[in-house]
Design a protein around this ligand. Structure first.
Ligand code: PLP
Length: 367
């Protein structure tokens, strides 16, 4: 099988599985227990926090482990209740749907318009009616096009108004290097399964000077903000995946970018093919393209028959057959948006796979 859908999920790295296994069996202690078995689990969680903190350069920030990126996003937005919230028009459904569902709980819910590349221009920020303490949620990298947002410029622009910025860094993590500290955000969402860690693990990173509202009440785990016995094995796996991502960042980055360059060169020879957000900073592993007159969903199924896995957009909306709201927000015409295919490369892909994908793609289009 040729797997080209790493923005949907990744295969858990063997070294991650190895690190997790002891915490599913021999080291089964409750991290809140005071005796040795519990302390072993507690220190494993502490190490994972350090590994994640090192990957994102977040000294002093508190890392609240969650069940994944979706929960981290929900937790972040819950902290805007009673306040104004603005989200960009290209956010992941876990932001968009949560914001819509809770609309009545915010003083106002504003959508930040994006330009044709999907970026939030600073003038767009000025159109919201801000009050001090409000929250803006803008993703660091888009899951469909791979567009990288200038979050540092956004936080700087909003700082004088006293607006707190949350960023969904689920897709950026492990694919580009960034600094939580330098971005200036108060909250950041992360997910483990996008970086070769286990599914069902994620985190909300909380700046030192930000006090979270309690999310799950119960025991005093996780600073009293998210009660419940921690999923130690998943946290250990997430930490190990973060450690590997940091150690192998340069190598992974260079490899996937070389593969994507090879792929894009081949794609550009296909008549009419459009690469979305082509001219702006994108994740090195991601390319989303459309071919006028071709159904992306049909193409996806034809590729699947040849054992090639790609996506038509966000994994969460792929089965609904709707047009990508991200492309709509970018002003892409509906028929072109309907033809969208997203290829997202991973650390273990190779040139032969890229060439085979291009051959099958060309043959499928010709049919
Ligand atoms: C940008 C973005 N945010 C959040 C999520 C949700 O993460 P999880 O699958 O860990 O809930 C995803 C998953 O596709 C994503 O791409």
């Amino acid at each position: 099988m040729i797997y080209l859908d790493h923005n949907a999920t990744t295969c858990c790295d063997e070294r991650v599985v190895e690190a997790m296994l002891p915490y599913l069996h021999a080291m089964y202690g409750n991290p809140s227990s005071l005796y040795k078995l519990g302390r072993v689990a507690r220190s494993a969680i502490d190490i994972a926090r350090e590994q994640i903190s090192a990957l994102i350069d977040a000294p002093g920030a508190r890392i609240v482990f969650t069940s994944g990126g979706t929960e981290a996003n929900a937790l972040a937005l819950a902290n805007a209740c009673g306040l104004g919230l603005a989200i960009s028009a290209i956010e992941h459904p876990s932001i968009f749907e949560n914001a819509e569902y809770n609309r009545q709980r915010f003083r106002q819910l504003h959508t930040l318009e994006v330009n044709e590349a999907g970026a939030v221009p600073l003038v767009s920020l000025d159109r919201a009616n801000w009050q001090a303490g409000d929250m803006a949620s803008v993703m660091l990298a888009n899951n469909e096009t791979g567009l990288i947002q200038d979050i540092a410029a956004i936080t700087e622009h909003l700082a004088e108004r006293g607006v707190n910025v949350h960023t969904d860094a689920v897709q950026a993590l492990g694919k580009i290097s960034f600094s939580f500290k330098k971005l200036g955000v108060k909250l950041m969402s992360l997910s483990s399964h996008k970086i070769y860690g286990p599914k069902g693990g994620g985190a909300l990173v909380v700046a030192e000077d930000f006090v979270l509202k309690p999310w799950l009440r119960g025991g005093d785990q996780q600073y009293g903000w998210r009660a419940g016995t921690e999923n130690v094995a998943a946290i250990v796996g997430f930490g190990k995946a973060a450690e590997l991502a940091k150690a192998e960042a340069a190598l992974r980055g260079v490899r996937v970018l070389a593969l994507r360059t090879r792929l894009e060169q081949a794609l550009r020879t296909i008549p009419g093919l459009v690469i979305f957000a082509e001219q702006v900073k994108r994740l090195p592993n991601t390319v989303q393209f459309g071919i006028p007159g071709i159904s992306g969903e049909m193409l996806l199924m034809q590729l699947d028959q040849r054992n090639i896995a790609v996506s038509s957009g966000s994994a969460c909306s792929a089965s609904s057959g709707e047009i990508s709201p991200v492309l709509v927000a970018m002003g892409v015409e509906a028929s072109l948006a309907r033809s969208a295919i997203r290829v997202s490369l991973g650390k273990d892909n190779n040139e032969t796979e890229i060439d085979q994908f291009v051959d099958v793609l060309k043959a499928s289009i010709a049919n």
